[in-house]
Design a binder for this molecule. Sequence first.
Ligand code: SF4
Length: 328
Amino acid sequence: MNMATETPASRRVLVAKPRGYCAGVDRAVQTVEKALELYGAPIYVRKQIVHNTHVVNTLREKGAIFVEETEEVPEGAIVVFSAHGVAPAVHEEAARRNLRTIDATCPLVTKVHNEAKRFAAKDYDILLIGHEGHEEVEGTSGEAPEHIQLVDGVDGVDKVRVRDPRRVVWLSQTTLSVDETTETVDKLRERFPELIDPPSDDICYATQNRQMAVKEIAREAQLVIVVGSANSSNSKRLVEVALDAGADAAYLVDNATFIRDEWLEGVTTVGVTSGASVPEELVVQVLDHLARRGYDDVHEVETVEENVRFALPHELRRDLRGAAATSS
Ligand code: SF4
């Protein structure tokens, strides 16, 4: 048997850029790391700080304790709120239990909370496009539960009931598919022609940029591997966007060990990207895994340059400044 005729002549890898950590995730992970350094372990974290198994396990090894609700945190202890944001009721509960809170909610999620509060104060009906049960949606809805109703994609549009069709606004979760959300909004607008748009995009820059980049590589790749955890909304959307953009197959993997050799059969071009909560070391492991299977012609495809950074939460910055002043 002549193996040469069976082996694809060239085995390329196209790596999307931007990929991986966004500014909000970077800030949230650093918040827990710096809190551990400053105050010492344990530091409690409500929910997964970001939706990535590797990140959560690494922080756990350093002394973070992840809990589902603040009631599991001992009185007086420090608790960090995750990047996805929390409802006001969670802040109230933490205050009642004398917890010291550090809020690592991404500023772009806070922006959506503020929009919800503003429109609720003007007595609008708010149609929040998002995935039922997602922490971010629960946090945003909690800002004005009596004004907000969830629209879970195009199929949810028919169920919407509003008091006055002239006073309706839509907002969204930050990590949705841009194209699918446009479809949902178009359908909502058919029902409510005076529907108001959010003052600025709620789907965040990182989600939009990663979708744009994966589209670019998916046009040429037969297979797209998205590194990300199964509960990561933006990572799951990257798989869908890759398939819509023309990839024959696309899979979400937590790390390289999940890649199956049969996915690579007959594939000459593999696309690789990662969700906004994924550290680059996991992508490097995937590229090493592919290289060992002959996919060593690697090209990075950059669609846009990102340089967004967020400052650490103010309560942590204040204590870091205090510690620096004491030690100098
Ligand atoms: S994905 Fe967007 S909204 Fe979510 S943490 Fe990152 S920058 Fe913030």
